[in-house]
Design a protein around this ligand. Structure first.
Ligand code: ADP
Ligand code: MG
Length: 397
């Protein structure tokens, strides 16, 4: 849709590529502001497709579907990291405003490009990516530096929630792991001694206005986000300053409009490094649905409509606990039973979110609970009680 007047006012149609839970919250945030939403996702039961005004059941490279989407929508964003760059470019050619653009998305969806990009920002922001080597052929394996062991071999593309990753300790193991991963392009990262993990969600408007959401401290279990704590208990003023500079540098260097997530590692020796970026809202920002004046999803809507950004100040300490499909499934019998939500719903601090997915699977994100309390410690206590109630194995902090 060309010749559009900006900012875009409701009830205009906004489009979203991808229909997962991130898309579902985008739809809700857009509808809260009076917009209509069109979702493109091939899954007929997709969480976002279920609630959007229009659900286009098509593949991401279906030109007829994309043409229709571009006709209907005044602006389109993405919730799905692996949307082909050509899809975004095709929509732009149709005259529709798409944010973020394929330049940024294609960097974020390929670890080799992503690492090179982060290295190129290092001089500007004073911190860089994890030490790494590209592994694309046998010669790369043979010439790998010993200092990268023990390391984590990660596929350059299509990895998420720790999938497509193998820990390796020496060259022969690296060779085997690369074969197991299908000899696709990979990066080998040094396995670092992490003290803790942080993430920043940053929104940038078309006019270069930026806003950073409160930084989250994250705990992962088996490569999957387990819980996020805000305010981040181990964050100090100096780390906060470094993260703010890094986040602004990265989003501007990417010429990015929309909401971007940047994951950081803090090492045992106190050093800060950038882990990875995601070109969309992020699981570690789900707390903002209940804890911030403006959620990450509302920021995404505002950037897309070319409206001013909101203020995402924290209204209350919060702990977000992820709910995976594992707790539906009885280990011994494989029988599926829904968890007893009553015990969670009666907790005074708990706000339950479920994504409308009908098929629980191990490791599949089914929902999350935000615990809102007077302090992160109190919220954490309640999260621990809920874990016992639901049979979620507690971890670390
Ligand atoms: P994904 O794309 O699946 O989120 P990540 O690269 O973020 O992949 O890895 C998932 C988690 O695995 C991280 O949040 C961290 O806990 C752990 N991890 C990843 N890379 C390293 C590393 N180089 N050293 C130590 N831990 C790591
Ligand atoms: Mg990650």
């Amino acid at each position: 849709m060309s010749n559009q007047d900006w900012p875009l006012y409701p009830p205009a149609f906004l489009g979203i590529l991808g229909g997962g839970q991130l898309g579902r919250y985008f739809v809700q945030a857009a509808q809260d502001l009076g917009y209509q939403v069109c979702v493109l996702d091939p899954d007929p039961n997709s969480p976002a497709g279920q609630i959007a005004q229009e659900h286009l059941l098509a593949q991401y490279d279906d030109e007829d579907a994309l043409r229709h989407m571009a006709q209907l929508c005044s602006a389109i964003s993405t919730e799905f990291e692996n949307v082909p760059a050509s899809t975004i470019d095709f929509l732009i050619q149709q005259g529709v405003f798409v944010a973020p653009k394929s330049f940024a998305v294609s960097i974020a969806q390929n670890r080799i490009k992503e690492k090179a990009f982060l290295q190129s920002c290092e001089a500007l922001m004073g911190i860089g990516p994890v030490q790494y080597a590209c592994i694309e052929n046998k010669e790369d394996i043979d010439s790998v530096a010993d200092t990268l062991f023990p390391g984590i071999l990660k596929t350059a593309q299509l990895g998420y929630d720790g999938k497509g990753q193998q820990t390796v300790h020496y060259v022969e193991e690296l060779q085997k792991a690369w074969e197991v991963l299908g000899k696709v392009p990979c990066v080998l990262e040094k396995k670092l001694d992490l003290a803790f993990e942080l993430s920043a969600l940053i929104a940038r408007g078309y006019d270069d206005e930026v806003h950073i959401l409160p930084i989250a401290q994250n705990i992962h279990k088996q490569g999957i986000l387990h819980l996020s704590m805000v305010p981040a208990p181990d964050l100090n003023a100096q780390l906060q300053q470094h993260i703010q500079v890094a986040a602004q540098t990265i989003i501007r260097q990417l010429e990015y409009v929309g909401v971007l997530c940047i994951e950081f590692f803090v090492l045992q020796d106190g050093r800060l490094v950038v882990n990875e970026i995601a070109p969309r809202p992020h699981n570690s920002g789900h707390h903002s649905l209940d804890s911030c004046l403006t959620s990450q999803f509302e920021q995404q809507v505002r950037t897309l409509a070319k409206l001013p950004l909101g203020n995402s100040r924290l209204l209350t300490p919060v702990v977000m606990l992820n709910i995976l499909g594992d707790i539906w499934i009885d280990e011994a019998s494989s029988v599926i039973t829904p968890p007893g939500w009553e015990k969670i719903l009666t907790m005074p601090s708990a706000k339950l979110h479920l994504y409308g997915k009908s098929e629980p699977k191990k490791g599949r994100k089914m929902g999350h609970i935000n615990f809102l309390a007077a302090s992160v410690d109190e919220a954490l206590e309640d999260a621990n009680k809920a874990m016992v109630t639901l049979g979620i194995k507690p971890s670390g902090k």
